[in-house]
Design a protein around this ligand. Structure first.
Ligand SMILES: O=C(O)CCC(=O)C(=O)O
Ligand SMILES: [Fe+2]
Length: 307
């Protein structure tokens, strides 16, 4: 199942200073975001708000975290909640380890996590991870505004953003040893509304296009972020946008660190009435977004809340 080397995801440039609602570059970006999501469910954004110092700091913090003993990392649990904590030591996925931070864009959420990992916390870790998560959150909210605006439903955007919580996942995929499978993380779709990904310089993400071809995603530049449409955005958009299958396939000799910021709505999401017409009959009933995380026995959104 090799990828098609010549295919590339769209790359949108968000480095312009004047990217503010109402400007012509904003309107242009809205159009491009919608097009990229409808075509691929996924795209790359160039965004230069994370300084070199922040990049070094946050990837240094990730190394320090993953260097902790396994039993310490296993303390990362959210008892009674559908959110995933530590994932690792899986015989079928020996390259992969990840941890989750609930309310991962708030200093409090990050400090609670750090206090579980280090006996006296870790101010440096919290500083860098918080600063980075804020950059990713700002980017996610900008993308959400553009999505709502591009469908003419911006009036729903503020309440969507107000009731959004973020789950931050910190991921580590080591290089495969000889005779070991190169699969870092299995093929899946995200259950979020949107996911923002960032990585160190090691590419490994592969995304499936609507026609079944696999694209290697190059986001090795320090200013590159990836936006992935989740199942909730697919339902909200009444199937105009598909959440793409994706997986992590490792090569080379170096460890890959990546971060995923997953946007979850704390309330009920529903298809805006503006997105329902004769050509697009309603596909989904209103659904509890966080409830989707408990819904692991069947994987399809149609089974969860299809009309
Ligand atoms: O590490 C990556 O680039 C992707 C991770 C991912 O797909 C996920 O955590 O859902
Ligand atoms: Fe994913």
């Amino acid at each position: 199942m090799g990828s098609e080397g010549h295919l590339k995801l769209p790359v949108l440039d968000f480095t312009k200073e004047d990217l503010k609602p109402g400007t012509s570059s904003w309107l242009f970006a809205c159009k491009n975001v919608r097009q990229a999501l409808e075509d691929h469910g996924c795209f790359v954004i160039e965004y230069n708000k994370a300084s070199d110092e922040l990049q070094d700091g946050v990837f240094g913090a990730l190394k320090e975290l993953f260097d902790l003993p396994t039993e310490t990392k296993m303390k990362n649990k959210y008892e009674g909640q559908p959110l995933k904590g530590y994932v690792g030591q899986h015989p079928k996925l020996p390259l992969h380890e990840s941890l989750g931070i609930y309310e991962g864009t708030t200093l409090e959420g990050i400090q609670n996590f750090a206090n579980q990992m280090w006996p006296i916390g870790n101010d440096q870790f919290c500083k860098y991870v918080h600063e980075f998560a804020k950059v990713a959150e700002e980017l996610d909210q900008m993308v959400a505004r553009m999505i709502f605006e591009s469908y003419g439903v911006e009036k729903y955007c503020d309440s969507y953003i107000e009731s959004t919580s973020y789950l931050l996942r910190l991921l580590n995929n080591r290089a495969p040893k000889e005779n070991e499978s190169s699969l870092g993380f299995v093929c899946h779709t995200d259950k979020s509304f949107t996911t923002i990904l960032h990585q160190n310089h090691i590419n490994a993400l592969v995304v499936e296009t609507k026609d079944g071809k696999w694209i290697d995603v190059d986001f090795s530049s320090p200013t590159a972020f990836v936006v992935v449409a989740g199942d909730a955005l697919m339902a909200w958009s009444n199937d105009r946008i598909q959440s793409p299958n994706h997986k992590v396939v490792m090569s080379g000799k170096e460890t890959r660190y990546s971060m995923g910021l997953f946007a979850f709505n704390r309330g009920i999401l529903q298809v805006p009435e503006e997105l329902v017409d004769d050509e697009h009959p309603l596909q989904y009933k209103p659904f509890n977004h966080l409830g989707l995380l408990n819904f692991t026995y069947v994987s399809s959104m149609k089974d969860y809340c299809g009309v």
